[in-house]
Design a protein around this ligand. Structure first.
Ligand SMILES: C[S@@+](CC[C@H](N)C(=O)[O-])C[C@H]1O[C@@H](n2cnc3c(N)ncnc32)[C@H](O)[C@@H]1O
Length: 414
């Protein structure tokens, strides 16, 4: 509607920082009805929903709702039948950067968002009223808060989690440099975090280049383990969310962001899913610890492509094939070992029990180190260094790892 388009130009340009500011921004936001004088958190999502519909986004029987521990999410407002299109976002409603040859897809999207934030683009302005704030990111993402980034307590993180954080920091630095932004540029970090936590990969069949894009409204959707949620389809007409089963009123609509371990979910998105079948516990720190892996063993494993990436799956209490191979280096002759690698079977006696016993011994030694690390990390948190919520979620991850390892060495909790 023309009158609205004009008013939208007055939308806040800089994304709001606090929940309060988000409310204020949407109060000031002229997408709201002219009569609106105060806007509650609930209202601003209603206003955004109206805006999404005006952009050609299809929304069937779902509405954004505030959900404990997960920010906003999508709840059904009426029953939905299996196979129904719940949300459809056409390309014209997306925040879609131009393809770039020299930028990573995430840098290209960040650059696009940074650019839009300095214009009166109505879609950007509408999205900014409902996106998480900088303070939301500071309390959930360790790599986001500069104070946390500079504190020297990363050595107290589980190694696998520290590795995942480190990769994000390196990627962000790479993209910041590529975009010619100053070190410590908060605008860059905020939009990079938006791209990192809410974007979709856009490469419909036939498209030459893939891009990362923002799909307004669809990005309210929270994550569930692989195989459990709705189906997200992509074709040249856009993104479509399809109901995987019948839903009653008031159920949350979820889809998977990928079969991610809790290390990846925590580092990347700031949450974990206890009990998820997709979780895996890295055993690298345990198996490759100096006293357990001699130089020759490492060399042998490296030569066959089996050095590292060892894991335990908590939901099944099983170790992966790579771990089986690594632990057998010390138990088998080279002929027996090669036979195992090729067939997954012990040529002579079954070595499964010996493998398990040797790993249990390593884990028992490691659990003592872990207790030491968590005690120190609690101290850092209780002294008020670093962000309490971030440190608490890292301590929770330590607990998940400890529980999984404990269950492996003592499945019946004797
Ligand atoms: C694409 S957004 C989803 C919408 C978001 N909850 C919001 O408030 O706007 C992704 C973010 O949602 C949160 N999230 C998604 N799935 C979650 C889950 N299963 N449990 C807890 N938080 C979740 C995390 O903060 C994540 O970074």
């Amino acid at each position: 509607m023309p009158s609205r388009a004009k008013k939208r130009q007055r939308l806040a340009k800089t994304p709001p920082d606090t929940e309060e500011e988000r409310d204020t921004a949407s109060t000031n936001n002229s997408i709201s009805a002219a009569t609106t004088t105060t806007t509650t958190t609930d209202d601003k999502h209603k206003i955004f929903t109206t805006f999404a519909l005006s952009q050609g986004i299809t929304i069937t029987n779902v509405a954004p709702s505030l959900l404990p521990g997960r920010g906003m999410g999508l709840l059904t407002t009426a029953p939905i039948r299996s196979g129904t299109t719940i949300i459809h976002v056409p390309p014209k409603a997306m925040l879609l950067p131009r393809p770039s040859n020299n930028l990573s897809p995430q840098a290209a999207l960040t650059s696009h968002l940074l650019h839009l934030s300095t214009t009166s683009d109505p879609r950007y302005a509408a999205c900014a009223t409902v996106w998480p704030t900088r303070s939301d990111f500071r309390s959930s993402l360790a790599w986001f808060a500069p104070t946390d980034r500079n504190l020297d307590y990363k050595h107290l993180f589980p190694k696998s989690l520290a590795g995942a954080y480190e990769r994000l920091v390196v990627d962000a630095e790479h993209d910041r440099t590529a975009l010619g932004r100053e070190e410590g540029d908060e605008e860059f970090m905020y939009h990079w975090a938006i791209a990192n936590t809410r974007s979709f990969s856009w490469k419909p069949a036939g498209a030459r280049e893939g891009r990362m894009v923002i799909c307004p409204f669809l990005d309210y959707m929270n994550h569930c383990q692989a195989g459990d949620g709705c189906e997200v389809k992509m074709d040249s007409r856009g993104y479509t969310l399809v109901a995987n089963r019948n839903y009653d009123t008031g159920e949350e609509i979820l889809a998977t962001y990928g079969a991610h371990s809790n290390d990846k979910l925590l580092a990347h998105y700031g949450f974990t899913m206890p009990g998820s079948q997709d979780d895996s516990i890295s055993l690298d720190e345990i198996i490759l610890a100096g006293k357990h892996a001699h130089k020759e063993q490492r060399h042998t494993l490296e030569s066959v492509g089996y050095l590292g990436n060892y894991s335990l799956t908590p939901s099944t209490n099983e170790i992966c094939f790579r771990t089986q191979v690594a632990l057998r280096t010390r138990l088998l002759t080279s002929n027996e070992w090669e036979y195992y690698m090729g067939s997954g079977d012990d040529i002579a006696n079954d070595k499964s029990e010996e493998v398990k016993e040797s790993l249990c011994r390593m884990i028992r030694g490691h659990i003592e180190n872990m207790t030491d690390m968590t005690t120190k990390l609690k101290q850092v948190r209780d002294e008020g260094k670093g962000h309490t919520q971030v440190l608490s979620s890292i301590l929770e991850r330590w607990r998940q790892i400890q529980d999984a390892l404990q269950k492996y060495i003592d499945p019946f909790g004797t």
